[in-house]
Design a protein around this ligand. Sequence first.
Ligand code: SIN
Ligand code: FE2
Length: 211
Amino acid sequence: MPAPLPAHLEVAPGALWFREALDREAQAALLADIRAVLEEAPLFTPAMPRTGKPFSVRMSNCGPLGWVSDAAGYRYQPFHPNTRAPWPAMPPALAALWTTYAAVPAPPEACLINYYGPDARMSLHQDRDEADFTAPVLALSLGDTALFRIGGETRGGATRSIRLASGDIFLLSGPSRLAFHGIDRILPGTSTLLAEGGRFNLTLRRVNPAT
Ligand code: SIN
Ligand code: FE2
């Protein structure tokens, strides 16, 4: 029998909020893992498809696949768009969180690393570049608190805003796997975890069907 999920709030059906899932020590350890990844695969500035307008969020990835965006479109690819090197391996601590919280037997294939400076935001969107929507998307917050907005599966529907703090885990699963979501803004100075300030959000995904 699968282990029961840790304590959480169900914000909408399948949208699960695990507040303070990671204590400070676990957050610091994950941050060290992410800093090591970024030495090999530096943050890059993605651009919007067609317009080429730069994102305010900077990104990198680890794991076999990484999500990228440029004038050619959104996609997953096995290498960094600037260095062309394969993405660094998924840190074992991240894979372990996937086992506990996502509760699917197949390992995550991509970890998207988003870095939000004081003025960064992410407009409402769906995570739908994966070939399979059975597995959830697991998001982990490190650093300054973010105002996270979540709605339903259709654009323009009702939304609600919650504050994701450092150490929180959020799961988009089941009926909320394709929910619209975004970051209205971050609240600078709300965490001391990152010396430089700002926020990392790590999202673990499956890209291919877990056969
Ligand atoms: C995302 O949708 O990729 C980011 C969500 C977040 O930063 O919490
Ligand atoms: Fe997303």
